[in-house]
Design a protein around this ligand. Sequence first.
Ligand code: NCD
Length: 314
Amino acid sequence: MRHLLSTRDLRRDEVVALLDIAEDMADVSGREIKKLPALRGKTVVNLFFEDSTRTRVSFEVAAKRLSADVINFSAKGSSVSKGESLKDTAQTLAAMGADAVVIRHGASGAPRVLADSGWIDAGIVNAGDGTHEHPTQALLDAFTIRKRLHGVASRGRGLDGVAVTIVGDILHSRVARSNVWLLTTLGAHVSLVAPATLLPVDTRHWPVTVGYDLDIAIDSAPDVVMMLRIQSERMNAAFFPNAREYSREWGLGDDRVDRLPAASMVMHPGPMNRGLEISAAAADSVQSTVLEQVANGVSIRMAVLYSLLAGSDS
Ligand code: NCD
């Protein structure tokens, strides 16, 4: 793997191999000394043009556990706010000897531009681009589902026949897009539930079923309910009447969690709007995987950086 830009072009065997490497990385994270020398001498740059807490820190921890040097470059307070272009920024990073660039950008396609540009000869990892994709989030979600379902017997497996319902602001969600492709590749059945205003206009070519009623979806007893954050920062119009109505119709409240089978998982990529798309009780329930997702994110990002960078000299 040279870059990780999208989940759409990943093959099943590639994904399963990545998840299996992440299992090995999780073993390392469980040790007293949580460090491997695998990427000693390599430089990973975190290039974040959009705000992020957990994704940036997660990549930083992952790179450090593999003994890479990490440079955090956030657009605020950098020359980007003085109008420096992506090209100039990339060339500066290249001159500093970056081996991998982890990029989050508000424009869909920015990581692809960087990968195809020739401005920099580094592995590019998409850490979220506009409303397009967020591949490491989908990988950590798949890893979390597989681990809850199969525990120590996870290695080598996909997610055949697993029913996943993704709920909420699909329109603005790169997490939803990356998950639709990745979970389907692994054999899961994905359905989307949202108000019509928060669904993309054309999902005909997506491998999903679409519904508008969360109660019907809950009563079909899905294995996984993945709630999405309402992305107010990407909304330039009113997509639903008000917060109370949204949470009544499309929020995962206490009554809906109670109706789910005990084995169903409740997922959320974070940051959560507690009380809007998910109630506090749902977020903190035993069915919730929210904190597992964060912990697994480090293992997945270690696996991705390792796959991109280890052995690239030989
Ligand atoms: C997601 C993102 O930034 O796309 N969050 C994350 O990576 N932790 C989802 C979101 O912001 O709602």
